[in-house]
Design a protein around this ligand. Structure first.
Ligand SMILES: [Zn+2]
Ligand SMILES: [Zn+2]
Length: 336
């Protein structure tokens, strides 16, 4: 049930939750941006649907109970793009038939992306020695099915990957089904060598995006002056300019713009770009990613080419909060 999800946000597995964002005034640059990964459906008390949107936000579900809430939020906030999926923390608890229900919802919501999906070696579901093997197998299976869905329906996928970059590379390299046309590793926590390793996977490279946040990449232990921060800057520099994304990864809609602006500052610092240039580049990348289009030549072939405004209008009409019954499944999705 939705009420059973007590984690404050996806937050990459800190048992104490994420620290609050700094209380300093928000950065002064004002270039519009795209928040490529958030959970702002979790806490949005003060925004009215008619309020001007500061940025385009991808709003990612954590588990099946989240799907209606994500869709409800996105139906009332024009600048929000829904992400529907099952987080690796919740993979062990996925109810039978979840993949068919997810396929039906994605088919009903053509602007929706897949996520949050992924792998997490630090997840609580792996801490019980007796159930660890089964929980890890569930993470791998749930990820593989979501990747297959994204590939079949030509949707972008937003992936969580913590302490599991080798396993993630294997999943992407060895997937038996078509992969999503655009794949983002959000709040990327690997190093420059792992960026290069992932980009070298022939069938993935040009469709792989790397997202960075202040919330996870800096506030959770990669503070300025630390070795982790130096490694983070090196990783950001290893990512092709067309593959860089910024994100808030917060669940509070009131802090998403500030958190995204701080992510822009982080990337700007690493790349020696101005904040405005960084925001502009990452916004362009973010819109391309959300449309399910890779940044590399060959990998973009067959990507879901959609007119953004038309898709948005269609989505506003189609969005509903009810989950279709299995008899309403309109597409046949070949799962692994
Ligand atoms: Zn997340
Ligand atoms: Zn995550």
């Amino acid at each position: 049930m939705a009420a059973a999800w007590h984690e404050p946000r996806c937050g990459c597995c800190s048992p104490r939750g994420l620290p609050p964002l700094p209380t300093a005034p928000p950065p002064s640059h004002a270039a519009p941006s795209v928040d490529s990964h958030s959970h702002i459906h979790q806490h949005a008390p003060q925004l009215s649907p008619s309020a001007p949107a500061p940025l385009l936000s991808a709003v990612l579900a954590l588990d099946e109970d989240c799907w209606p809430r994500v869709l409800r939020y996105c139906a009332s906030h024009r600048s929000a793009v829904p992400g529907l999926g099952i987080h690796p923390w919740r993979a062990h608890a996925a109810a039978a038939g979840w993949d068919a229900r997810l396929a039906a919802l994605l088919a009903a919501h053509p602007a929706a992306i897949v996520g949050e999906a992924g792998l997490c070696r630090a997840a609580r579901n792996l801490r019980d020695p007796a159930g660890r093997a089964r929980a890890w197998a569930a993470q791998l299976d749930v990820l593989a099915r979501q990747l297959a869905l994204g590939g079949t329906l030509r949707r972008a996928a937003s992936l969580h990957c913590v302490k599991a970059h080798g396993a993630m590379a294997e999943c992407l390299r060895g997937a038996r089904a078509e992969l999503p046309p655009a794949v983002a590793l959000h709040s990327f926590s690997g190093g420059a060598a792992q960026v290069r390793e992932l980009l070298a996977i022939g069938r993935v490279g040009g469709r792989l995006y790397f997202g960075f946040s202040h919330t996870v990449n800096v506030a959770m232990g990669g503070g300025e002056g630390s070795r982790r921060h130096a490694a983070l800057l090196e990783a950001i520099r290893a990512v092709p300019a067309e593959a860089l994304l910024v994100e808030s990864d917060v669940d509070d809609s009131g802090s998403a713009a500030d958190a995204t602006a701080r992510a822009v500052e982080l990337v700007a610092c690493a790349r020696a770009w101005t904040c405005d240039e960084t925001a502009r580049r990452c916004a362009e990348n973010g819109r391309r990613f959300l449309r399910g289009v890779g940044w590399g030549g060959g990998a973009a072939e067959g990507a879901r080419e959609v007119d953004e405004e038309a898709a948005e209008r269609a989505e506003m009409v189609r969005l509903c909060i009810s989950i279709p019954s299995s008899s309403e499944v309109l597409v046949r999705v070949s799962l692994l």
